[in-house]
Design a protein around this ligand. Structure first.
Ligand code: ATP
Ligand code: MG
Length: 187
């Protein structure tokens, strides 16, 4: 079985900003595992542990459907935490609302469901996970500077979706690309 997920890669400018910002946030008085720059991404769909057969069935289906979609633009906007600010476990940077992104996620969910992969029960909140809080629960005051960070409206073009394998290690996850799906249509 292969732990895998579908994601959007970030452009260099976005990664540079996040790298710089994470450098500042290192000073927060709280135990946080910051995401390694090479691992920063937007998750479209967490596939979980799926079989090699499922992967081989999914690749051509995604490839043909996604190739008909056109590239689009995403713009950074705001910071936040899951499950909530007061009970922060995951620190994230968000995006401005994007209809093409929601459309892409819907298509991906439908295609994955056809291959027997369970649908995401929670709503989709496009985000980049930048840190995971490893300390106690009431850390809101300690991480307040994170929530007050201004996020510049950096835009990036999205012209492909990537299928990643995720191998979890004590030192953090290692993602490796299994396939990529260009968006090269004009719809
Ligand atoms: P770690 O689990 O070691 O903290 P990670 O979360 O980056 O590392 P994975 O758990 O393999 O690695 O997750 C890969 C991607 O899928 C991440 O973006 C993660 O946020 C997302 N993800 C993981 N589990 C779920 C889930 N149950 N529902 C939705 N997205 C998930
Ligand atoms: Mg995880």
């Amino acid at each position: 079985m292969v732990r895998s997920f579908l994601a959007i890669d970030l452009n260099r400018e976005t990664k540079n900003f996040l790298d710089h910002a994470m450098g500042h946030w290192q000073r927060l008085p709280c135990k946080i595992r910051w995401t390694r720059v090479e691992n920063l991404h937007i998750t479209l769909k967490f596939l979980g542990e799926i079989s090699q057969d499922t992967i081989e069935q999914l690749i051509p289906v995604l490839s043909s459907r996604l190739s008909g979609l056109s590239p689009f633009t995403l713009t950074l906007s705001g910071v936040g935490a899951f499950p909530s600010l007061r009970n922060a476990r995951i620190l994230w940077i968000g995006f401005q609302e994007s209809k093409p992104l929601l459309n892409l996620v819907k298509i991906v969910e439908d295609l994955c469901a056809e291959q027997g992969i369970p649908r995401e029960a929670r709503g989709f909140h496009p985000h980049i996970t930048v840190g995971r809080i490893k300390a106690g629960r009431s850390v809101y005051q300690k991480i307040l500077p994170f929530f007050t960070t201004p996020v510049p409206a950096i835009s990036m073009g999205v012209s492909k979706v990537v299928l990643y394998r995720s191998d979890l290690f004590a030192t953090g996850p290692v993602y490796s690309q299994l396939a990529h799906f260009p968006l090269e249509g004009n719809l």
